[in-house]
Design a binder for this molecule. Structure first.
Ligand code: PXP
Length: 241
């Protein structure tokens, strides 16, 4: 059965808007757990535009479920990951000027570099995931890196301008899930998933986890955070493996 893991970055975005104390990502992390999320995700960006170092530390100390740390593959981030020891580290590409993560990590051609980068992380018992496009070359390269997980980028699917284009993107993702499973990788999906488009994956087997943030925080603004998480957890709870 796939599970929901909630990204609380945009709780921090709202807080950083005023550089104040609220809303508090730690509270959101707890509410997400209470409402059925199986874990909490934070993306500690190099520019610290939303999640701050103290958020990562505090959430890691307070969480009863699993902390997923999304980060760029830099020395600074690796040191933080080794200190905090999240359940899983997900490597993402990062550009300073982007509004959000725009695409998957280039893994093909960088297998040795990434394997070496991840070695101390794996040695400490922290799992790794690579956020990549549903491209067979990238998926095979991810396998060669030795990560246990991949997260397939669903942003192009979510942003597709027509139903036909969306179907095409969905088919690519489903083929990616199948290939990854054949290779023995665990597959997560994330980016741009919301209360409508998530149904497109309802009957797709082999998906381990859905990583969802912006749509839940947006809905929470209207209906309350706990309610929003419960609704998404309930939807995913009806999906077959
Ligand atoms: N997965 C990754 C790798 C991401 O970078 C993001 C956005 O921070 C998400 C999932 C969640 O995307 P969204 O906020 O659109 O649900």
């Amino acid at each position: 059965m796939p599970v929901l893991v909630v990204n609380v970055d945009h709780i921090a975005t709202l807080r950083q808007q005023r550089m104040g104390k609220e809303p508090e990502p730690v509270t959101a992390a707890h509410l997400a757990e209470l409402a059925g999320a199986r874990g909490v995700i934070v993306h500690l960006r190099e520019d610290r535009r939303h999640i701050q170092d103290r958020d990562v530390e505090l959430i890691s100390q307070c969480l009863n479920t699993r902390l997923h740390l999304e980060m760029a593959g830099t020395e600074e981030m690796r040191e933080i990951a080794l200190r905090v020891t999240p359940y899983i580290v997900c490597l993402v590409p990062e550009k300073r000027e982007e509004l959000t993560t725009e695409g998957g990590l280039a893994v093909a051609g960088r297998v040795d570099v990434l394997r070496e980068y991840l070695a101390p992380i794996h040695a400490q018992g922290i799992r790794s995931s690579l956020f990549i496009e549903a491209d067979p070359e990238q998926i095979r390269a991810a396998k060669a890196v030795g990560s246990e997980y991949i997260e397939l980028h669903t942003g192009h699917f979510a942003d597709a301008p027509t139903p036909e284009a969306m179907k095409k993107e969905r088919d690519k993702i489903i083929a990616g899930v199948e290939l990854a499973r054949t290779l023995g990788l665990k597959v997560n999906l994330g980016h741009g998933l919301n209360y409508t488009n998530i149904f497109e994956f309802k009957n797709v087997s082999g998906i381990n986890e859905y990583s969802i943030g912006h749509s839940i925080v947006s809905r929470a603004v209207m209906v309350g955070f706990e309610k929003a998480v419960r609704q998404m957890a309930d939807i995913i709870g009806t999906f077959a493996e």
